[in-house]
Design a protein around this ligand. Structure first.
Ligand SMILES: *Cc1c(COP(=O)(O)O)cnc(C)c1O
Length: 373
C-alpha cells in the first residue's frame, strides 16, 4: 500500500468550502497586507499559545531573525543553539551577523541538553534558542535558569510545536519570544509562507511590529532598520479557519503515534528499531514528526526500500549543523557533538499526518518488520 509522508489534499478537502469563502471575502476587500485579518489571527494565536502578544510575520525563519534584530543581537555576539534542528535556527543567527554556538542534544528528546548549554556560556553569549523538535518541548526550566543567571534572552524555536506544552504551559510563552512557522507541512500550515512571534512583554511586541515594517515608527519615519516581515491577510484568514481544527488534528497525530508505538511493540524488533521517547518531564507532544531510530547502519537501505514500495519517509536531519559546509569557518569537527551526530545516522520520519489511516500504519510497520527481521 502506497502511503504518502504527508497528504495536504486530504486535509484541504475537509475545510475547502470555508477556506474558499474566506479567500473570496478577502479578495473582495482587496485588503492584503496586515490589517484586521492579521490582527484577528494575532489575538487568536496569542490566546492559543498562552502569550500576552503575537505578531504576524512572513515565515518561521523571519520570526527568528526579527526576534534577534529586536534584541540588537549581531556581530561579536554568540547565540547557543542545538546542532540537530532545521537549518533556519542556525541560519537566523548567522544572518544577523552573530555566531551560532552549538550545544549537544539530549538523546531522549533530541532537544538542547541544559548541562551542555551551561558549558557553552561565555562573556559574549547573548541568547539561547531552544528548539522544540518534532513537537516535543525542550526542558525549559533549567534553560531559563541559565538565562536568568547570565542575563540572556531566550528565543523559543517553536516552529514545529504549536500547542505543545511543557509542564502544562504552552511553548512560546515561556521564553522572551516564541517563534512559529505556518509552512504548509507544520501542524498549522498556511497556503504559502507565514510565521508568528509571541511574547509576553507588550514593549517587545511593539518593537516587533515596528521592525516587521522597515523599522517605521511613524509614517516614513524610521528609528531602526527593520525589514519587510509582514504577514498577509489571505494567509491570516486561512490560518484563523484552520486554527479551529488544530487541536483535533494534533489529537489525531497523538493517536496515530500511539498506534505506531503499539504496532512496533507487537512487531518485537528488539534493538533494531526504537520508537520516539517521551521526555522525563510532563509534556504535551504534538507530533509534527514521528521519528524512529534504526540500528546497525541500516537506515539508508531501509529508507530506499520503503520509497520503492511507495511509503513516504524522510530524514530530519541527515547532517549535524556544525558539519555543514557553510559553517566550516566555525571549526566544527566530526565527534564534537556525538549525540547529534548519532541521531543523524539513525533517525527516520514516518507518515503521521492526521488523516492517515490505521491500515496505512499497519502496512508501514509490516514493511519495516519484513525488511529488518
Ligand atoms: C520550519 C522550521 C523553521 C522555519 O520556518 P519557515 O516558516 O519554513 O521559515 C525554523 N525552525 C524549525 C525548527 C523549523 O522546523
Amino acid at each position: 500500500m502506497a502511503v504518502p509522508l504527508l497528504d495536504l489534499k486530504a486535509q484541504y478537502a475537509t475545510i475547502k468550502d470555508e477556506v474558499l469563502r474566506e479567500i473570496a471575502e478577502i479578495s473582495d476587500s482587496q485588503y492584503f497586507i496586515l490589517g484586521p485579518k492579521v490582527e484577528k489571527l494575532e489575538n487568536e494565536i496569542a490566546k492559543y499559545c498562552q502569550s500576552n502578544c503575537a505578531v504576524g510575520v512572513t515565515s518561521g525563519s523571519d520570526a527568528l531573525i526579527i526576534a534577534l534584530m529586536v534584541e540588537n543581537i549581531g556581530p561579536d555576539d554568540e547565540v547557543i543553539i542545538p546542532p540537530f534542528t532545521f537549518f533556519a535556527t542556525a541560519g537566523a543567527v548567522a544572518r544577523v551577523g552573530a555566531t551560532p554556538v552549538f550545544a549537544d542534544i539530549d538523546p531522549v528528546t533530541y532537544n538542547l541538553d541544559p548541562a551542555k548549554v551551561a558549558e557553552k556560556v561565555t562573556g559574549r553569549t547573548k541568547a539561547i534558542i531552544p528548539v522544540h523538535l518534532f513537537g516535543q518541548s525542550a526542558d525549559m526550566d533549567p534553560i531559563m535558569e541559565i538565562a536568568k543567571k547570565h542575563n540572556l534572552i531566550v528565543i523559543e524555536d517553536a516552529c514545529q510545536a504549536i500547542g505543545a506544552e511543557y509542564k502544562g504551559r504552552r511553548v512560546g510563552s515561556i521564553g522572551d519570544y516564541g517563534c512559529f512557522s505556518f509552512f504548509p507541512s507544520k501542524n498549522l500550515g498556511c497556503f504559502g509562507d507565514g510565521g508568528m512571534v509571541t511574547c509576553n512583554d507588550p514593549e517587545k511586541a511593539k518593537k516587533l511590529k515596528i521592525f516587521r515594517n522597515h523599522g517605521q515608527s511613524g509614517t516614513y519615519m524610521h528609528d531602526f532598520v527593520g525589514g519587510n516581515f509582514r504577514l498577509d491577510a489571505l494567509q491570516a484568514g486561512i490560518l484563523s479557519i484552520k486554527l479551529r481544527y488544530l487541536d483535533s488534528w494534533s489529537q489525531a497525530r497523538q493517536q496515530n503515534a500511539a498506534e505506531y508505538d503499539a504496532l512496533f511493540a507487537q512487531a518485537d524488533l528488539g534493538e533494531k528499531v526504537s520508537t520516539p521517547k517521551k521526555a522525563n518531564y510532563p509534556v504535551r507532544h504534538i507530533y509534527n514528526q514521528y521519528c524512529i531510530e534504526i540500528a546497525d547502519g541500516k537506515r539508508d537501505e531501509l529508507l530506499a526500500h520503503l520509497r520503492e514500495l511507495g511509503i513516504g519517509c524522510a530524514v530530519y536531519y541527515p547532517l549535524s549543523l556544525h558539519l555543514q559546509k557553510c559553517f566550516a569557518k566555525l571549526g566544527g569537527k566530526a565527534g564534537d557533538f556525538p549525540v547529534s551526530e548519532a541521531a543523524t545516522g539513525r533517525i527516520m520520519a514516518l507518515p503521521i499526518y492526521p488523516e492517515s489511516t490505521s491500515e496505512q500504519r499497519k502496512s508501514v510497520v509490516e514493511a519495516i518488520t519484513a525488511f529488518l527481521k
